[in-house]
Design a protein around this ligand. Sequence first.
Ligand code: UDP
Ligand code: MG
Length: 138
Amino acid sequence: MEQTLMMVKPDAVARNLVGRILARVEESGLRVIRLRMVHLQAQEARAFYRVHEGRPFLDALVAFMSSGPIVVGVLEGEDAIRRWRDLMGATDPAKAAEGTIRKDFAENIERNSVHGSDAPETAREEIAFHALSLGLRG
Ligand code: UDP
Ligand code: MG
């Protein structure tokens, strides 16, 4: 069993898409084992995306991710990291496959509705980052 971190980003929360996105997760067979709505401060969003330090899109991304509430969750299942990324689709919705969340819901490459961890180590780090919000031991 593998775990991955999901976030429903502010653009999707603002457009009432939380339920439809969670329905896709559940219909896929992945289990939602932790779930919480939070509003990140800018410094928290910057810390979460510190791997992108120096990239030209970081300041705008931090402003976006702290602009409103998000939903943070932990998904569990066999091959959960890859399966959740497959459901999400490519980062740029213009390049995302038919039937993916980003193809159907994302506004653009920044406001792309969802986040998913990209590897086992980042999944562990990202779940730990949100541990307090998710009621997990830090
Ligand atoms: N992003 C952006 N412009 C870019 C690339 C990424 O605004 O050119 C944002 C987008 O919200 C993306 C996040 O930064 O989801 C993290 O980028 P990453 O390359 O890790 O994409 P992801 O893993 O989310 O598909
Ligand atoms: Mg990423």
